[in-house]
Design a protein around this ligand. Structure first.
Ligand code: ADP
Length: 161
């Protein structure tokens, strides 16, 4: 049976912190599906098509990585893809408390699915998509927090609408 993991998130935008979690998890799984979750009632900063394109670009040479979008519950996406693992990254104790509740409730509802946590590398602890959006919105240079090989011009605020 293949070990398939889902890495769910809004990835608005996908950061070096997200990238690092995925790359470190590659040896642990046969396949990792990065699931860009969307909510029709919530407005994102970057359009979903761009987030999908950027993440695909980052992992274009990784056979084990797939990138998809999904508007429902992560556990339902797990069922659809045959995944038994949910991958999440942990930065701080507040991440932990938030993740703990979700993982424990998911476990209660779907005991066959395990949530697997990787602690962030120390240098990625402060990397936060909300702050990156703020930097970009105000015309700052956030490129050091974004995966290499992406066209940074595409992240400029006048291009994201
Ligand atoms: P969500 O909106 O579901 O929290 P995010 O896109 O913010 O989605 O994050 C997806 C996952 O990546 C979460 O598990 C989050 O804790 C983790 N993550 C976010 N930033 C980092 C980082 N800098 N280092 C490690 N993990 C991170």
């Amino acid at each position: 049976m293949k070990r398939i993991a889902i890495f769910p998130g809004s990835f608005d935008p996908f950061t070096i912190g997200h990238e690092s979690i995925v790359r470190r998890a590659i040896p642990m799984f046969d396949k990792i599906v990065i699931m860009i979750g969307y909510n029709a009632n919530k407005k994102s900063f970057f359009p979903i098509e761009k987030r999908l394109k950027w993440i695909k670009q980052v992992f274009k040479d990784e056979e084990k990585i797939e990138v998809e979008t999904y508007g429902g519950l992560t556990v339902d996406f797990c069922k659809e893809t045959g995944a038994r693992y949910i991958l999440r990254g942990l930065r701080t104790s507040s991440d932990f408390e938030y993740e703990r509740a979700i993982a424990q409730m998911n476990k209660k509802m779907h005991p066959e699915i395990e949530t697997v946590f990787l602690l962030t590398l120390p240098e990625h602890t402060p990397v936060n998509a909300t702050i990156i959006r703020d930097i970009i919105f105000h015309g700052g240079d956030a490129s050091m927090f974004l995966p290499k090989g992406l066209n940074i011009e595409e992240f400029k605020v006048e291009n994201h609408a």
